[in-house]
Write a protein that binds this ligand. Structure first.
Ligand SMILES: Cc1cc2nc3c(=O)[nH]c(=O)nc-3n(C[C@H](O)[C@H](O)[C@H](O)COP(=O)(O)O)c2cc1C
Ligand code: SF4
Length: 447
């Protein structure tokens, strides 16, 4: 069954299970009335190490874009040494076309807080920083209020988690970003929380060993932490009944996932689905099909950094093996769909402008390459480019992404995947815009 009863959005009316017009923010009383914080209560009866093992057994893959298994990441933490240990929650959500974390924060913030409290207990982290993108003004207010309600009801602070049920006190703070995409990269985020410019750090050391203020830190996406709650509530077997095994021999794609669909579909929105649902089914069964009955031309797979699925890849399953379709990965599983009228050269230019503006400038290939890519695509779009520009475009993109260690973070590789997949999959559209390059032949007149 590709579509399931919702668990992450069980309190958020979402098609086809409810009418989005009935949505409202679930405050503390309603959350508790609908079994909220029961998962935390059960988790506090268990040993932290057992919880880490359970999340590991569920193979919960990170929902922030990289898909790294959450339990495995948690197990990289060193043993507590009496000093501070941090949880940094990534709600930067600045990837174009991605708007799934916002749904949870807007309407069910306590589910996220419950996941945060469980993660803090499981990993023995005493301080949580919720990093929220600068543009989420309303969501920051909603979440700030939810944190306050959680304090007033003894979830955080006081004598320990859940009104002193365990002698382990956790503090939770909200930290607002200032509008830079790069602060979503986990080490850029850590720098920003420390009050510095959001420049990604060279890894290793990884945050689990040396993160915020030089101390052990786990960085997790909002949805990843929200998913911990139903895993503990329903059990690992239930979680594994949703989603699919890997078709390439890699890690499986278990569980349900929030998929935010935008672009040329009849009903854009966030839909909770089992991982593995084919994009076509997502669009046709849940989003009401292509807008105005037009034909599918392609889709950004899950955030622009992942690259683009071509016209013949509508049936690609939305799972962590989607890389087989020549995209980088599933990313945030939030596809932007294009219909037959879309100008893919303009799409490429728009994406290139985004990456140029958002490069933090630390690494030469990214800082210079993103500028050159934008110049070349703009020239091609104006009809002033040549065939040589097309080759140069691919050469520059390749130099930004294909060699591991060329740059500090993944932004440059995201730029490479976006440009490369659009040019390769829609090459005809680019070729129609360029003039053939005249290569002069040098004739030795003295011969
Ligand atoms: C340029 C860039 C931007 C990113 N933006 C986000 C983001 O907005 N939200 C997010 O959760 N992860 C983002 N990530 C991924 C994070 O670095 C990190 O992998 C993630 O927060 C880890 O959480 P997870 O394991 O729970 O997915 C970004 C990565 C890169 C390279
Ligand atoms: S790859 Fe780009 S965004 Fe990432 S650190 Fe280097 S210059 Fe900054």
């Amino acid at each position: 069954m590709p579509i399931t009863d919702p668990v992450l959005t069980k309190r958020i009316p979402t098609a086809p299970w409810g009418d989005p017009k009935d949505r409202h923010t679930v405050h503390y009383e309603e959350f508790v009335r609908t079994d909220g914080y029961k998962g935390l209560e059960a988790a506090l009866d268990r040993k932290p190490a057992d919880l880490v093992e359970e999340v590991k057994a569920a193979v919960l893959r990170g929902r922030g874009g990289a898909g790294f298994p959450c339990g495995l990441k948690w197990s990289f933490l060193p043993e507590p040494d009496g000093g501070r240990r941090y949880l940094a929650i990534n709600c930067d959500e600045a990837e174009p076309g991605t708007f799934k974390d916002r749904l949870l924060v807007d309407f069910d913030p306590h589910q996220v807080l419950e996941g945060i409290a469980i993660a803090c207990w499981a990993c023995q982290l005493d301080t949580a920083y919720f990093f929220i993108r600068g543009e989420y003004h309303h969501q920051a207010k909603v979440f700030e209020r939810a944190i306050q309600e959680a304090y007033e009801n003894g979830i955080f602070g006081g004598n320990g988690l859940l009104r002193g049920k365990v002698d382990f006190k956790v503090d939770c703070y909200l930290h607002r970003g200032a509008g830079a995409y790069i602060c979503g990269e986990e080490t850029g985020l850590l720098e920003a929380v420390e009050g510095k410019r959001g420049w990604p750090r060279i890894k290793p050391p990884f945050p689990a060993v040396k993160g915020l203020f030089g101390r052990p830190t786990i960085v997790n996406n909002v949805e990843t932490l929200a998913a911990v709650v139903p895993i503990l509530e329903h059990g690992v077997d239930w979680w594994k009944d949703h989603g699919c095994e890997s078709s390439s021999g890699g890690a499986p794609s278990y569980g349900t996932k929030l998929m935010g669909v935008s672009g040329h579909v009849e009903r854009p929105g966030v839909y909770e689905c089992d991982l593995g649902i084919p994009l076509r089914k997502l669009v046709e069964d849940l989003c009401g099909g292509m807008r105005n009955g037009k034909r599918f031309k392609g889709a950004i797979a899950g955030g622009v950094s992942m690259g683009v699925l071509g016209p013949d890849q509508f049936d690609a399953p939305m799972d962590f093996d989607i890389g087989q379709y020549d995209v980088m990965g599933l990313g945030t599983a939030c596809p932007t769909v294009f219909d037959e009228d879309t100008d893919m050269v303009a799409v490429a230019r728009n994406i290139a402008r985004f990456f140029k503006n958002e490069s933090c400038g630390q690494c030469t290939p990214c800082r210079e390459g993103s500028g050159w890519i934008l110049k070349l695509i703009s020239r091609i779009e104006r009809g002033a480019g040549t065939t040589r520009d097309l080759d140069l475009l691919l050469e520059i993109a390749g130099s930004m992404g294909l060699t591991p260690g060329t740059t500090i973070c993944g932004l440059a590789d995201g730029n490479n995947w976006a440009v490369r997949t659009i040019v390769n999959k829609y090459r005809g559209e680019f070729e129609a815009r360029v003039k053939p390059q005249f290569i002069p032949v040098t004739v030795n007149s003295s011969a």
